[in-house]
Design a protein around this ligand. Structure first.
Ligand code: ATP
Length: 452
């Protein structure tokens, strides 16, 4: 049956956009622009889920929740809020809001949270932790079938997956280190897939987005009534992951206090839900990730050294995309296939200029950025091939006007870049050197080397 969603949003344009988009995703959607109308609607119509802005002209989303609690209306509600209002979102969660998303809303994230919330309605969480599905704030269980995998053929990739294959079947704690978007979560999941625990849950917790005061409850769960507004028992990520793997993303972001609790849980393999007197024994494999230098954090006193050794029995270092030359076009085509499917397009590939741009770009946002750029290009492309136009200005700017940031990789492309820099500067060698981010003397040497 079609699920019905009520949007409570006073920004009419945004509300409309959301409504159309969710309609296309197969939901029956209505929208209202204030709390009074929302109440009226909920009283009269079957509603499976509510998406509410925090601040509305008459009252706010929190008032709506309080009213719903009073009426004993148990409809999952997701709060949409700006980052400035995260505190209120936390308050809303304590009052029983299912989840929150930050504005500007990332559609995929929202969709995921909606599906999770609706799924949980069908299988409501029970107080006995063992087999229930946890109420998730930021923890998410990932279904195997959603992931398609590409390892790559570069030296860096081969080495990485060689290590992954070695460490996966063990019970060692793995710390994955790498820049944002390099695929840390993917590798964490791969480790789980290749382990003996692969028939048990994989639970990912984004430590970067848990409000400090909810962290303990997120990890260890809580019992009803343990703090104001803890309306139900909540299963923590550690119990949800029992027998399987827990993935702690952005582990460097945990407060010192939570680090101590985490260390204790890892040492004793036991946890105690907030407000409970009973300890629960857990069997978990820990994989964590960070894009920070934790050794520096230890020196600064913001990360505990004992915890660091606990989580880091084995380190995996994710290569940056720009250092995976041989993989760039493989991934671009892989993401193109994905985008073709998602957008119902039938593009064949990238034309030669577009391929060149992909190869030359420095990819600061790594695989995630590439996936986004390729998807956008797939949407925009008119013909059968993606051309430089659809790849967008980010890529064009670096190659045409800002040669500086371009790695001078091999002789062929280096020669091309030098000629291009000279052309752009009207053969002014000092300026060309500046553009290439090398000193004038080096440029002269290179001109000689290449007979230019
Ligand atoms: N091996 C892979 N095969 C296919 N897609 C991948 C692979 N690795 C990463 N991706 C894609 O790239 C995106 C970024 O990956 P992921 O979220 O794992 O990165 P991350 O390093 O954990 O990022 P962050 O540090 O920002 O959390 C994902 O959306 C995923 O679709």
């Amino acid at each position: 049956m079609m699920k019905s969603i009520l949007i409570v949003e006073d920004d009419i344009t945004f509300g409309m956009m959301l409504k159309t988009w969710l309609g296309k995703k197969g939901f029956e959607v209505s929208s209202v622009s204030n709390i009074a109308r929302a109440r009226k609607y909920i009283e009269n119509q079957e509603t499976d889920l509510i998406l509410s802005d925090l601040r509305l002209p008459d009252q706010d989303g929190i008032d709506l929740l309080k009213w719903m609690n009073g009426q004993d209306k148990k409809i999952p509600l997701i709060i949409m809020t700006g980052y400035a209002d995260i505190q209120s979102a936390v308050q809303a969660m304590k009052l029983g809001a299912r989840d929150y998303v930050a504005k500007p809303v990332n559609p995929e994230e929202l969709l995921k949270k909606i599906s999770e919330a609706l799924l949980e309605e069908q299988t409501p969480a029970t107080p006995t932790a063992s087999k229930s599905s946890p109420k998730k704030v930021v923890a998410k269980e990932v279904t195997e079938s959603h992931r398609t995998y590409l390892e790559g053929e570069s030296e860096a990739a081969k080495q990485l997956y060689n290590y992954v294959g070695l460490v996966a079947p063990t019970n060692m704690s793995v710390l994955i280190n790498g820049s944002s978007g390099t695929g840390k979560e993917y590798v964490a999941h791969r480790i789980h897939q290749l382990s003996k625990r692969n028939d048990k849950p994989f639970i990912a917790v984004d430590c970067g987005s848990i409000p400090k005061e909810l962290a303990a409850s997120e990890f260890f769960g809580h019992v009803k009534g343990s703090f104001t507004g803890a309306l139900n028992d909540k299963v923590g990520a550690f119990v949800a992951a029992n027998g399987g793997t827990i993935f702690l993303d952005e582990i460097g972001n945990l407060s010192y206090e939570v680090q101590i609790q985490l260390l204790r849980a890892l040492q004793e393999r036991k946890i105690r839900p907030v407000g409970s007197t009973q300890e629960i024994t857990v069997d978990i494999r820990l994989v964590s990730a960070t894009n920070e230098n934790l050794e520096q954090a230890i020196e600064k006193g913001t990360f505990r050294e004992d915890l660091y050794h606990r989580i880091n029995e084995f380190t995996l270092r994710m290569p940056d995309l720009k250092d995976r030359n041989e993989d760039i076009l493989l991934f671009a085509n892989f993401f193109l296939d994905q985008a073709n499917k998602e957008l119902d397009k039938h593009l064949i590939g990238f034309d030669s200029k577009a391929s060149r741009l992909l190869m030359d770009y420095h990819w600061p946002g790594n695989l995630r950025q590439m996936k986004n750029i390729v998807k956008r290009a797939t949407l925009l492309a008119q013909g059968s091939f993606i051309t430089p136009t659809e790849l967008g200005t980010e890529l064009l700017e670096t190659t045409v006007t800002n040669i500086t940031s371009m790695a001078l990789r091999n002789e062929e492309s280096e020669k091309e870049h030098i000629l291009e820099a000279l052309r752009q500067t009207g053969n002014n060698k000092s300026k060309a050197a500046q553009l290439l981010n090398i000193d004038r003397k080096t440029l002269y040497n290179k001109l000689k080397l290449y007979n230019l």
